[in-house]
Design a protein around this ligand. Structure first.
Ligand SMILES: *Cc1c(COP(=O)(O)O)cnc(C)c1O
Length: 390
């Protein structure tokens, strides 16, 4: 029986003590239902369901102010935001991006008929290594698509320098970055545009949702046309746009969530602090990523299982699973390992040694605002006994 089968079998026996409760990698935040109801009543009263409704407009304004940015366009999800950003910036040919991300980062390139060129990440930040980016530029390159992995900023200054030097566009996949700031302010101000995801599993959610942060009103205008079929007015279509609009229900949920997101981030910070305290004495488990953020959102809690830990990463992953703790090997496999990426120019696994190393060592432990100290202790102790340390 495989590990999954074993876990199902032990569940089927029906033991239901506290320690048998499954701890999932995440649990979405929800605002109190009574705070959402007035919005729903207003939607039912007004019959405005979508197409730049009142809540959509309010949420754009509220997010600009919360995030400290000037121009934001809301989307039905983050993937549509990525697709649309690539259209808005008229990317062509090759786009340099990272193998170490969620698959949507590169899938959206393929959907736009663009060729992803994967280059390695820095071992300490896990974001694109600027030197390798520069080395991968060809006459066909039109853009760089870095990811602020786990909410930790990419090498924004070096990447902007390279983009300026070679006349390339710079699009950030900032799906992990809600509320993250570096010394100069919001991380979302960098590059030509930044994409956010408001998926259920992210720090701020609208069930499904996303956004593009633009540097100026002109770019936002173009993006707003594109997300609504290309309509510039009632009778004029200025682009082969898509339907990627956020609806009023999503926007209402977002407005209600926004009142609680600071508390949620504070709670995540406490979860992370307790994890760090509990895991500090385990040799072979590392939980340190270099980060230039000055305000973190604690979106994820990745640990790296090194050689001096008694179990391999996969052994620890399944040991946790057998104990009802569902971590995630995030990101594993690397994007270029998926079949639809295998025809791309590549030499060998040796192409992305740092990304491979991270992908073979990482487990994202359960991380969400309501994770309580007892649960955190249970996760940490399972890591400790997995290491034969108790
Ligand atoms: C979540 C995520 C996306 C996709 O966002 P959706 O809102 O789920 O479509 C894209 N890139 C990264 C890095 C993500 O984590």
């Amino acid at each position: 029986m495989g590990h999954d089968g074993r876990w199902k079998a032990s569940q089927a026996q029906g033991a239901k003590s506290v320690t048998d409760e499954i701890i999932r990698v995440t649990q979405p935040d929800l605002p109190p239902l009574e705070e959402v109801m007035p919005y729903l009543e207003e939607i039912w009263r007004s019959h405005r369901l979508t197409n730049r409704g009142a809540f959509h407009e309010q949420l754009e304004t509220a997010l600009c102010s919360y995030l400290g940015v000037e121009h934001i366009s809301l989307f039905a999800n983050g993937t549509l935001a990525l697709l649309t950003a690539m259209q808005a910036l008229r990317l062509t040919g090759e786009v340099i991006t990272t193998p170490y991300s969620f698959v949507a980062t590169a899938n959206t390139l393929l959907w736009n008929d663009l060729t992803p060129v994967f280059v390695d990440v820095d071992p300490w930040t896990l974001t694109l290594d600027p030197e390798q980016v520069e080395a991968a530029i060809t006459p066909k390159t039109s853009a760089i698509l870095p990811v602020h992995v786990y909410g930790h900023p990419a090498e924004v200054d070096e990447l902007q320098h390279i983009a300026d030097l070679y006349g390339l566009r710079l699009i950030y996949d900032a799906a992990h970055c809600f509320g993250v700031e570096d010394e100069g302010g919001s991380i979302l101000r960098h590059g030509d545009v930044s994409i956010l995801s408001f998926h259920a599993t992210k720090v701020f959610n609208t069930f499904e949702g996303g956004a593009i942060v633009s540097p100026n009103a002109k770019t936002k205008q173009r993006i707003d046309y594109l997300k609504n079929f290309g309509f510039a007015n009632e009778t004029t279509v200025v682009a082969a746009g898509i339907n990627a609009k956020m609806n009023e229900f999503q926007a209402a949920v977002g407005l209600a969530q926004l009142n609680h997101v600071d508390d949620a981030i504070d709670a995540r910070a406490r979860v992370e602090a307790l994890y760090r305290e509990k895991l500090a004495r385990i040799s072979g488990i590392r939980c340190h990523i270099h980060s230039s953020a000055v305000r973190h959102n604690h979106a994820y809690f990745p640990i790296f299982v090194d050689e001096d830990y008694p179990l391999t990463r996969d052994e620890l992953y399944f040991h946790l699973r057998d104990a009802g703790i569902w971590g995630r090997r995030y990101f594993y496999p690397l994007i270029p390992e998926f079949p639809m990426y295998r025809n791309l120019p590549r030499k060998s696994e040796g192409d992305w040694p740092n990304a491979y190393a991270a992908s073979k060592k990482v487990i994202c432990l359960p991380m969400y605002s309501r994770l309580d100290p007892t649960q955190i202790t249970r996760v940490a102790e399972t890591c400790i006994d997995g290491g034969g340390l108790v």
